[in-house]
Design a protein around this ligand. Structure first.
Ligand code: FAD
Length: 573
């Protein structure tokens, strides 16, 4: 029987969506299965461009249906921006290959500045290009500047006619080889400071657009391109001034939400392979899975993966219910980005320790999973950048709750139009949250939830009594260690909320929280060793270390679920 918590193509039927969404998701799975594992891996190894897949998407109207918001859909009833089904598709792409996911992901990023723009002509053009099956690109990063997007050297010189001539280069730009429309970020030469920023739409087939190279060795086309005197007409301008900067950040907000479900798909496929291999490999007359440490590693991997799924599914609800008066998604979003994707790395590491040499073999999906899982924490802002962002919310989240109406599960066929009118990206420190304790109280009877709650309460005490002083608040090394502790509390919160909404088995929840207790202890010890930690902080840190509640019978029951994954899925050859 298929595990109800994991995606399995053999039994996948997304009946909770409307008929066309259900058809498209299933058709995508079928396309990959029909293509087969051998071809999928061969394309990965030979770095083939994704032309066949994009032709399938164009024929079915996959990207066009999923990525055209209702406001640009010209009455087409299936087109809307629906984060729940976008998340479902991310998982499928991650499951079959991150290269497919990436072409779709950067299409989403490229569309961000367009769907946020008032420029009706550009919006209509984008909708038409999508309908024709074109992909898009997002030209923000530059070779010299990395995360420092303030320092763009893409320069726009006014042409005297309301337009510009753009010159400069961009680096690490996905789909830059093929995009029908590239959203490019730059600044005017005649205006100083933030008022000079411009987002504009470029065409990768224009003669003044020069594709330099693919900067990575992969089917992903992560391009360097150069514009030389590229004519930017007034109708190509998407945003100007501070709004252009906000459009960049708000686009990344929408885009980076896709990383968590991409990571989940990768881990799921790898897990079927890993458990099947380990369970069928006989050493010293017994299956490898008879070793207690192997059971522990695979069980940890499984519950970490379940945690990734629960957190991400619940974050979808907050994302879709967001509005000007409810910006809680701005915390849960960087959490999906840095926490869920780094959990993905741990899941793969745990499994790779077990399957060892098998994980290198060229006919496995695992070999690419082990490589590709590393990328997700580094895209759309690094772990550091997202953790620093998360820290802005810590005081209000832990200590200063506010009342909100409950947020229900959001699988309805709504258009998430707020995502394209998020407004100024400022004021994060004043965002309030519902009380995190409610989710924990509901499961106080689960031993390891109770144990973890002691650690969460201790963190509140830390923030109240031993918070970093002014000098320490410039020590990002120390702050990030605190951020990891806070991130665990938020991770646990949404996991519990989703567990409640879906009736998760308490054995699994307890086993998962045993892992979170150990993680909190490990991060506390890390904080204890930080250069600038004060004596009070050091003693707090050691005092927050806890041992999870051990229950052999529970662990054995969860192990049975893991063991049952052996042979549960193998991709069609
Ligand atoms: C495969 C791939 C595809 C990509 N696709 C695109 C794309 O389509 N479009 C696009 O525009 N970009 C794209 N990027 C760029 C990506 O967004 C950048 O990698 C990212 O912005 C970080 O830049 P960097 O890697 O150069 O690191 P740097 O900015 O050079 O950072 C160096 C170090 O400083 C730390 N750091 C920097 N700023 C801060 C801060 N404020 N707080 C704390 N720590 C900080 C970082 O965490 C890192 O450890 C892609 C990158 C890759 C690898």
């Amino acid at each position: 029987m298929a595990d109800p918590l994991l995606f399995n193509p053999r039994t996948y039927d997304p009946a909770h969506f409307d008929p066309e969404t259900r058809r498209l998701l299933r058709a995508t799975v079928d396309w990959f299965e029909e293509r087969g594992k051998r071809k999928l891996i061969e394309d990965y190894r030979s770095r083939a461009w994704l032309a066949d897949f994009l032709a399938f998407s164009a024929k079915e109207g996959l990207f066009a249906t999923f990525l055209t918001p209702a406001s640009a859909a010209d009455g087409h009833e299936d087109k809307r921006w629906d984060t729940a089904r976008i998340a479902a598709l991310n998982e499928i792409f991650g499951f079959y290959g991150l290269d497919y996911w990436y072409a779709w992901q950067v299409t989403i990023l490229g569309l961000g500045p367009v769907w946020q723009s008032d420029n009706a002509a550009a919006r209509a053009r984008a909708a038409e290009l999508l309908a024709q099956g074109e992909v898009f690109a997002f030209g923000l990063s530059e070779k010299a500047h990395g995360a420092d997007i303030y320092s763009t050297d893409m320069l726009l010189e006014p042409d005297g006619d309301g337009g510009f001539r753009a010159s400069g280069s961009k680096y690490y730009i996905g789909n830059g080889n093929a995009a029908g429309l590239v959203s490019v970020f730059g600044r005017r030469t005649d205006v100083e400071g933030p008022d000079g920023y411009v987002f504009f739409a470029a065409d990768s087939r224009h003669e003044a657009y020069h594709l330099v190279k693919n900067v990575v060795d992969s089917s992903k086309y992560v391009s360097e391109f150069r514009l030389e005197n590229y004519p930017v007409a007034a109708e190509d301008v998407l945003h100007t001034g501070r709004a252009a900067f906000d459009a960049a950040l708000n686009t990344v907000n929408v885009g980076k939400f896709n990383l968590c479900t991409g990571a989940i798909g990768i881990c799921e496929h790898a897990m079927y392979e890993a458990v099947t291999h380990a369970h069928n490999r006989i050493l010293y007359g017994r299956p490898v899975t008879a070793f207690p440490h192997v059971r522990r590693e695979l069980t940890d991997a499984y519950v970490r993966l379940v945690g990734m799924k629960l957190f991400s599914d619940r974050a979808v609800d907050y994302f879709r219910s967001a509005g000007p008066d409810d910006r809680r998604y701005l915390l849960f979003n960087p959490m999906t980005k840095m926490k869920v994707t780094t959990e993905g790395e741990k899941v793969i590491d745990l499994m790779w320790d077990v399957i060892a040499a098998k994980g290198f073999e060229k006919d496995t999906y695992f070999a690419q999973a082990a490589t590709e899982i590393r990328g997700l924490p580094k895209l759309e802002g690094t772990v550091h950048v997202n953790l620093a962002l998360i820290l802005k919310f810590m005081g209000n989240h832990l200590l200063n709750p506010a009342e909100y109406a409950p947020v229900p599960t959001r699988l309805d066929a709504a258009d998430d139009e707020f995502l394209f009118r998020q407004g100024p990206a400022r004021g994060l420190g004043s965002i309030r949250f519902h009380d995190w304790r409610g989710a924990y109280d509901a499961y106080a009877h689960v031993p390891n939830v109770g144990r973890f709650r002691e650690q969460a309460d201790a963190l509140c005490e830390f923030v109240t009594t031993a918070a970093p002083d002014e000098e320490q608040s410039r020590d990002l090394d120390l702050l990030l260690a605190i951020g990891q502790l806070f991130a665990l509390v938020v991770h646990g919160q949404l996991i519990l909320e989703q567990a409640r909404l879906t009736g998760l088995e308490e054995d699994v929840l307890d086993e998962l929280f045993a892992v979170l207790v150990r993680d909190f202890s490990a991060h506390a010890v890390e904080l204890h060793g930080k250069d600038s930690a004060t004596e009070a902080q050091q003693s707090w840190a050691l005092g927050a270390v806890r041992r999870p509640v051990v229950d052999d019978a529970r662990s054995a029951r969860v192990w049975e679920r893991v063991e049952a994954l052996s042979g549960a899925y193998e991709m069609a050859p």
